[in-house]
Design a protein around this ligand. Structure first.
Ligand code: ZN
Length: 76
């Protein structure tokens, strides 16, 4: 199987992978989860800001397929 090499956006290490690398664009599950966790924390911070002075929409109401997929993956 052909391999490619690229830089992981999380740990910035160069890694090689097959064209069907499981954690792409990250080098590993760990890096993928780290990135996802930070991303979700940002979403929660936005929700907390909204709670303080504005009408609240819960995280579930965020109509973004990436958010929904991320939450489903975390449930596994
Ligand atoms: Zn990495």
């Amino acid at each position: 199987m052909p391999t490619r090499s690229q830089k992981c956006p999380e740990c910035k290490k160069r890694f090689s992978h097959t064209t069907e690398g499981k954690w792409l664009p990250f080098c590993s599950e760990r890096c993928k989860l780290l990135d996802l966790g930070r991303w979700l924390n940002n979403e929660y911070a936005i929700v907390e800001d909204l709670k303080r002075g504005h009408d609240l929409k819960s995280l579930k109401d965020i109509d973004d397929p990436d958010v929904k997929r991320a939450l489903e993956e975390l449930d596994d």
